[in-house]
Structure formats: C-alpha cells, structure tokens
Design a protein around this ligand. Structure first.
Ligand SMILES: Cc1cc2nc3c(=O)[nH]c(=O)nc-3n(C[C@H](O)[C@H](O)[C@H](O)COP(=O)(O)OP(=O)(O)OC[C@H]3O[C@@H](n4cnc5c(N)ncnc54)[C@H](O)[C@@H]3O)c2cc1C
Length: 498
C-alpha cells in the first residue's frame, strides 16, 4: 500500500492510491455480528470466497449482547407458532409491520420480510440455533426462563388490536435466563466458519476503495498495526452496526435520543459503516429515529397503573409496548412524568424491576398525592376519578387500554418518578442508516445503486424504522434476514461478472 496520510471511514481511497492488493476475495464483509455472520453464511454456501473483518477479538457485536429475541411469523406461522396453535398469515404480519413503521416504513423490505420470516426461522434452526416449542404468556421484556414465544410488541394493544389479529411473534433463542443473543451468535459464527468464510479478528475496516467509475472495489483494513488493501471482486457488505456509541453522530442526527441515560450496543457502534457508505455517494435515511425505551415490565402489574405528565394527565394506554411508552414520553410537552400505582403493584415493583425509578410521593388519597407531587390543583384528581369510573366498567374511552389491564386505582397510592434524566432507566439505539434495496444494494440520492456496495443490519435503514413501532426481536430479525439477502445479492454479482 502506498503511503497515505490518515484513514477515515468518511473518505474513500482512489484505486491509484493503492500499491498492491494484500488480500483478494469475492465478498468482503465488514463486521462479524448478526448481519455479517448471516451474509457470510449465504455467500460462502453459494460458492463465493468470503472474508469477514471484525474490529474486536471475537464475533458477536450487539447481536451477542442481545436478548436473542427474533420477531418472526407469517406464512401460516413459524414451526413454533404452528405447533402451539397460533396461525399467522403473511398479510397479517405485513399489515402489522406497515402499521408499526408508517409513514417511514419501506414497503418493499417489509413485504420481503413478511414473506420470508417463517422460512427465516427454519433457516436459523438449520444453522443450529435452538428454540424451545413453548409459549410464555407473560408481559416480559424477554423470557427469564428458557421459553420461546412471547407477545413482544403492540399486538394486543390499541390501536393495533383493532386492525391486526394479535399473534405472538417474539421467538427467544433457548437459554435459561436472559441474554440468549450469545447463543445465537455462537451458532451463526460457527456456521459461517464451517461454510468456509475466512475470519479476521482484531481487524478494523478503515475505509473503502473506489475506482474511477465510482465502483467499490475493495477496502483498507488494519490488523496488528498493519494496513492491508483488500480487493473485493463482487462487493463489500457493510454490517458494522449502528451509531449509538458515537455521541457526536447521535447529537447531530438523533439528538432526542440523548434524553436517555443508557445507549445500548457495543463499542463498535460508531457509525463507521454508515460513514463509509456516505463516502462513496450512498445516502443515509431515517437518521433521526431510534428505539427509546422505559422497560417498565416486569412486573406486569405496573400496567394496571397510569402514567401522567406534569399536568396530571394521561397520554398513552399503559398496556402498549415499553418502547412506545418511552418514545411517547419524550414526545410530550412536559417537564415531569410519574407512574401512579397502587400498593399491590408497588409491592411487586419492589421485588423486581428494571427501571430503577424512585418513589417521589405517596398519598392516602389522590388529593394528597397530587399535593405532594406539586401538580396543578384537581388535575390528577380529575384524571383518576374519570379513569376509575370507566375502569370499573372495563373501559378506557380516552386511550383504550384493554380490559385485562383495567382496574380502579385505589388509595394508598405511590408515584414513581419516570422523568427522563432523573434516574429512571431509559435505553436507546439508532434506527437510521444507509438507504438500500431489499437485496442490500446501497442507493444514492437519485435512487441509483453504488456498484459493489451492500449494507445490512443497523448499518442500513431496514424494517424497524420507528421508536413508536419497534417490537422486541425486530432488530435481530431484520439484521439476520437482511444480512442473508446482502450475502446472496453480492454472490449473484460475483457470478454475473465471472
Ligand atoms: C443489551 C441489548 C439487548 C438487545 N436485545 C434485542 C433483542 O432481544 N432482539 C432484537 O431484535 N434486538 C435486540 N437488541 C438490538 C440488536 O441486538 C441490534 O440492533 C442488532 O443485533 C444489530 O445487529 P447488526 O448485525 O447490525 O450489528 P452487530 O451485531 O452489532 O454487528 C456489528 C459488528 O461490526 C463490528 N464493527 C463495527 N465497526 C467495524 C469496523 N470498522 N471494522 C470491522 N468491524 C466493525 C462490530 O464490532 C460488530 O461485531 C438488543 C441490543 C442490546 C445492546
């Protein structure tokens, strides 16, 4: 390699800046996480030579840190859904995902996902990923048992419940306890290596290499302090995760996420993959969006409570998915937020909770609680009087919380402070990335393709596009699914060009 000043993912090198190729391959993959491993498996199985470059010492990325929940269904149901008697049509899954991600959902990607999700489940099983044939009928972020199927989004909440048949689609990889993403990645890494992919660990991708026509022909990687030029005959697949760990990028593109206190991801989520795509004319979309959550259940009993703003008013059905609740909290014009619960619910909260919200007031009556919270007179009183009157009849005419979660809130009452920035746990990650076709081809602003460049997982703007419409399992589902599509598309290009 010729001497170059500095390497920067935001600046691609020209072919004439490269002296010689150090590594040659058909498909070069940046990042050995969920998307990268699946791209590698498909490309290697289709006969391409595949090299995967991973910045850290092991494969995994955020996928290995995840709960290992995968959002799947359609085609009559996955094998597990069918076995447990949950029929799920492709149209039902498509309509649900469109509803979740409108108006910015990518219809072509959602359609491909809805049509392919049940088969994707079979494919994961074929890679050795274990799923138990069991259903956990509890409101949990992820199973703490080794169970598989859960309702992991807004399927049973309003307004979705009025438009789409509720079906549980969160498929958790089998592991007793939380964090089954590690098991998922163990199998995907092994499958990629067994298929013949060459893995380079502690090997960071620094920038892309383009020819005079703007085609991506390779990349520069660094291992043990040595830069190497990698020629990728068919293409480079960017699977480098999102940008949640790059505070400057989050501040620039999605500043609202900084109201959370826990960016979740791995240290490699620096946005380098997105910057590489931009450096060769790719366009990034949906960059303002993110998953932003207050994971308030378990205990599910908190769902019987109400969430109010600094005007003592409700603004959401509390049986909505925790990510929607978090997202709607930061969308409010309000300085403070409280979860109001009765002593029963508070008892279970004390036993187990993930949000660590402080008790800021208690009251033997609503009036007392209202005073202690410093809310405008009669606001909370009116909210609770009306809420209780309808809850008694199993109704919530304002926000349509479903009857199973409606019961009058009786004193004594407890208020938990869930104001962002005051200690309660709010986590977030990014949902913006490179604009791609369903096959992973990276697009320019004018809709043309950047030849030789693909992106998948959180480096691309995929199926999950909205914090309000996020469901547990859709990011790992999308990352693994889109990684496969990109691996297949790059290999087809290799075949065409041979
Ligand atoms: C704690 C936690 C729990 C979660 N639980 C779930 C869940 O249960 N279900 C769900 O759907 N989503 C979940 N998510 C989100 C989900 O895990 C991620 O959004 C998704 O796995 C991202 O997959 P990916 O393939 O795009 O990226 P990753 O799996 O993060 O892979 C990207 C890889 O690229 C590497 N990389 C980055 N830059 C470079 C570079 N320049 N050169 C070489 N390598 C590079 C990284 O080191 C990493 O290994 C969770 C996230 C966290 C943090």
């Amino acid at each position: 390699m010729k001497q170059t000043p500095t390497f920067n993912p935001a600046r691609a090198l020209k072919l004439d800046e490269i002296g010689q190729w150090d590594i040659e391959t058909d498909v070069a993959i940046v990042g050995f996480g969920g998307a990268g491993s699946c791209a590698a498996i498909e490309a290697a199985k289709a006969g391409a030579s595949v090299h995967v470059f991973e910045a850290f010492s092991a494969a995994g990325g955020s996928t290995a840190l995840s709960g290992g929940e995968v959002y799947l269904g359609g085609s009559g149901g996955t094998a597990v859904q069918k076995k447990l008697g949950f029929a799920d049509s492709t149209a039902n899954l498509f309509n649900y995902l469109m509803m979740q991600h409108a108006p910015q959902g990518d219809e072509a990607k959602i359609r491909a996902y809805a049509e392919g999700a049940a088969k994707h489940f079979d494919w994961l099983v074929a890679q050795g990923v274990p799923f138990k044939e069991s259903f956990l009928d509890e409101r949990v972020v992820e199973p703490m048992t080794d169970d598989c199927l859960i309702y992991s989004g807004n399927e049973k909440a309003w307004p979705e419940v009025d438009h789409c048949k509720p079906v549980p689609r969160g498929h958790a990889v089998q592991l007793e306890g939380m964090g089954a993403g590690a098991v998922l990645m163990q199998h995907l890494e092994q499958a990629a290596l067994a298929a013949g992919a060459h893995a380079y660990y502690d090997c960071r991708a620094l920038c892309l290499i383009v020819d005079d026509e703007g085609e991506v022909v390779g990349l520069v990687v660094r291992q043990d302090g040595r830069e190497m030029a990698v020629r990728a005959r068919a293409g480079v697949v960017l699977c480098a995760g999102g940008f949640v760990m790059n505070e400057d990028m989050v501040r620039r593109y999605a500043p609202k996420l900084l109201r959370g206190n826990y960016p979740i991801g791995n240290p490699g989520d620096t946005g380098a993959g997105i910057q590489m795509g931009l450096s060769v004319g790719g366009v990034a979309v949906n960059m303002h969006e993110g998953f932003f959550t207050l994971p308030f259940y378990p205990p599910s009993t908190l769902t019987y409570g109400i969430i109010v703003n600094d005007k003592g008013q409700r603004f959401i059905n509390e049986d909505a998915y925790h990510g929607r609740v978090g997202t709607d909290i930061i969308a409010q014009n309000s300085e403070r937020f409280y979860f109001i619960v009765d002593v029963d619910a508070y008892g279970s909260y004390e036993e187990l909770n993930f949000i660590n919200a402080d008790v800021v007031a208690t009251g033997d009556s609503v009036e007392e609680l209202e005073r202690e919270l410093g809310l405008p007179e009669q606001t909370l009183v009116e909210t609770l009087t009306s809420y209780n009157r309808f809850a008694e009849k199993g109704e919530d005419p304002l926000f349509h919380k479903q009857p199973e979660w409606l019961r009058p809130l009786t004193s004594p009452l407890v208020a938990l402070d869930v104001t962002p920035g005051r200690g309660a746990y709010y986590s977030y990650f990014t949902l913006g990335g490179l604009d791609t076709l369903p096959g992973g081809e990276v697009l320019r602003t004018d809709g043309s393709i950047v030849p030789g460049l693909y992106a998948a997982g959180r480096t691309a703007a995929g199926v999950p596009r909205r914090g309000r419409g996020y469901n547990s399992g859709i990011s790992v589902g999308d990352a693994t699914f889109s990684g496969r599509q990109a691996g297949i598309a790059a290999t087809e290009r290799a075949r065409r060009d041979r």
